[in-house]
Design a binder for this molecule. Sequence first.
Ligand SMILES: Cc1ncc(COP(=O)(O)O)c(C=O)c1O
Length: 425
Amino acid sequence: MKNSAISERKNQSISRGVGMTTQIYADRAENSEIWDVEGRRYIDFSSGIAVVNTGHRHPKVIEAVKAQLDRFTHTCHQVVPYESYVRLAERLNGMLPGKFEKKTIFVTTGAEAVENAVKIARNATGRPAVIAFAGGFHGRTFMGMALTGKVVPYKVGFGAMPADVFHAPFPVALHGISVADSLAALDRLFKADVDPARVAAIIVEPVQGEGGFYEAPREFMTALRKICDQHGMLLIADEVQTGFARTGKMFAMDHHEVAPDITTMAKSLAGGFPLSAVTGRAEIMDAPNPGGLGGTYGGSPIGVAAAHAVLDVIEEENLCDRANTLGNRLKQRLQSIRDDTPEIVDIRGPGFMNAVEFNEVKKGLPSAEIANAVRLKALDKGLILLTCGVYGNVIRFLAPITIQDGVMNEALDILESSIREVWAA
Ligand SMILES: Cc1ncc(COP(=O)(O)O)c(C=O)c1O
């Protein structure tokens, strides 16, 4: 089979609305490597967009899923429940930041977790409005899309957004927005657009993902917590991309001094199987009536079994420490390239949630062209990279945290030569 032949069939059969960054069709994958249908090997620095932090087909995850397949695959937890769901909720309740009683629900995708977090926050507070941040990404459902702070491609042409969603600027010093600027804008929002007494929640990614891998400064998160407490709003941390050891701690909010009231999780929770979760203060999570939350596939026994194995692997293999080690190696290598590459304007990111940002030097403007050229050059050499950022000028690195040292070295060499060759061209 040829990638090009499948690609032609894809053009005839799949909506172009499903964007694809590569046209290499997967045949098999193992830890940090993917082989395509033509037998070519790639090093995967995308992890299916932050989904396989524990690597493709981690033996423990596969073993847990196989064992579950042999017992039952679906009963619908709302009809015939299972203990593994309860146990996973107990584990997450005990793991998430905040010294208070917590409860959890399981659904299927990140967007669905966000939808449910907003439903719960509205129900618990009796208030309708939600505040999100420019550059934030929260999914492609209607509420996810409304909360998302990036117009193209996520909102364009999709009609009226749900009402009562407001955006404030996210603090990114590199782009001239300080924490004080963001907080002043929030204050203006409360004066000009929405009565804070009508706001159910502020939703924030502790490190913006699609928006460019910008980490929320500590003082910003502390200030958001204070604003929420002052006005009776809830703080929702969207940890869909940041969760499960990626930032060098189990959750990105573990880097902060304050805890959110509600956390959304998905992606790496189940190491490649569709499962998402919402965990929050017990009394808030209990606000909706029975039947108000859930879904046919929510908390699939296969996903739940995989998630138990993922949590075990993160602990047994010390993946938080490993994320810090790998991230430091990556950032050091990028730093050494930066010395003679003025187009690199920033290298950043906690743990192994790292990014490099490019500007066109003469005009000093963000350059999506450079980021894309590096991505394509690396792909040509067998390394899968992803871009991100409101301006598309950021390359984000999301390799499995289980990547072997030899494969990591190989990937760093490809990255370095790709960046240098784009310059030489
Ligand atoms: C922070 C964040 N929230 C929500 C989502 C939506 O998740 P999903 O694509 O599983 O619906 C994503 C996906 O990238 C995300 O990064």
